[in-house]
Design a protein around this ligand. Structure first.
Ligand code: UTP
Length: 293
């Protein structure tokens, strides 16, 4: 049986430049989709997948994330006094237990690979998950849970969430050179970072969910800067591939790139349409707007 994955790392140290000016004084991960910040969706997904410890790699200007996962006595007292029980329950429902959350400051945003490396001492010598909150997934079953199940079937190893992308978009993603493929799980022979469509080995892209073996930390420790002058996680994964089993999982669900303005708006529409308390109203409004186009 594969060793249990108990810890998840949430790299939230990025600058979010694609979302300026919204992200000037507010972390991108606190942007709400309908009524929940992106980071809350990520933590809920991790919990659904059985994660017990939550490790945030933060940076300057990210303290609202810490406040979000903390008690707010003033607010709670006021809600209690006013008899707003439903609002109180909403606050309590998403709170991780005391002692299960850790925050590490990434002093400089040197890249995703560096952010993951910052969690090395907290993760220790065990497999762990990485969730990028700005990749939001609408699915019946949590994407990370699907990955955990695939990992059980495979008996362990590294698993990356993957999806088919349009050929002309391969230059936005890490792209998989596929080996054995059962239609859902695909063996990864090689990873190519942001290839031009003509050089791409497939159109199967890696998105922001990873289950990794701890050996990746040793590689990240010595990883030179890559694309964008940042320490890239994909470069370390490409090295780890030489000695470790790697699979991509074609997860069931739709992924929204909420680090991008259009993706974020699409996510808001899709999540709102999916909500029983507002879906109908939003659908009617979209129809109304569409009729004027
Ligand atoms: P992005 O590539 O989306 O970068 O990072 P970014 O800085 O957040 O946003 P843009 O491109 O400037 O708009 C992917 C993930 O890696 C984290 C980000 O917080 C995001 O979740 N990250 C990136 C870090 O934690 N530290 C870094 O140094 C870079």
């Amino acid at each position: 049986m594969a060793q249990k994955v108990r810890k998840a790392v949430f790299p939230v140290g990025g600058l979010g430049t694609r979302f300026l000016p919204a992200t000037k004084a507010m972390p991108k991960e606190m942007l709400p989709v309908v009524d929940k910040p992106l980071i809350q969706y990520a933590v809920d997904e991790a919990r659904d997948a059985g994660i017990e410890e939550f490790i945030f790699v933060t940076g300057r200007g990210k303290v609202t994330i810490e406040d979000h996962f903390d008690r707010s006595f003033e607010l709670e007292n006021t809600l209690e006094e006013r008899g707003k029980d439903a609002a109180l329950d909403t606050l309590a429902a998403h709170m991780p237990e005391t002692g299960t959350v850790a925050y590490i400051r990434q002093r400089e945003p040197l890249g995703l690979g560096h952010a993951v490396w910052c969690a090395k001492r907290y993760v220790g010598d065990e497999p762990f998950a990485v969730i990028l909150a700005d990749d939001l997934i609408l699915s019946e079953k949590a994407c990370l849970k699907q990955m955990m199940e695939a990992r059980e079937e495979l008996g362990g190893g590294n698993i990356l969430a993957s999806m088919e992308v349009a050929n002309e978009h391969t230059s936005r993603y890490g792209i998989i050179k596929p080996g054995y493929d059962d239609g859902k799980k695909v063996e990864i022979q090689h990873l190519v970072e942001k290839p031009n469509p003509k050089d791409a080995p497939s159109n199967l892209a890696v998105i922001g969910r990873y289950i990794l073996e701890p050996q990746v930390f040793d590689l990240l420790e010595n990883q030179a800067k890559g694309a964008g002058n940042e320490i890239q996680l994909t470069d370390a994964l490409s090295n780890l591939l030489k000695s470790s089993s790697f699979y991509g999982l074609r997860f069931e669900g739709t992924r929204y790139d909420c680090g991008d303005k259009v993706g974020f708006l699409q996510a808001n529409i899709a999540f709102a349409l999916n909500r029983p308390d507002m879906g109908r109203e939003i659908a009617n409004h979209i129809k109304e707007l569409a009729s004027t186009l």
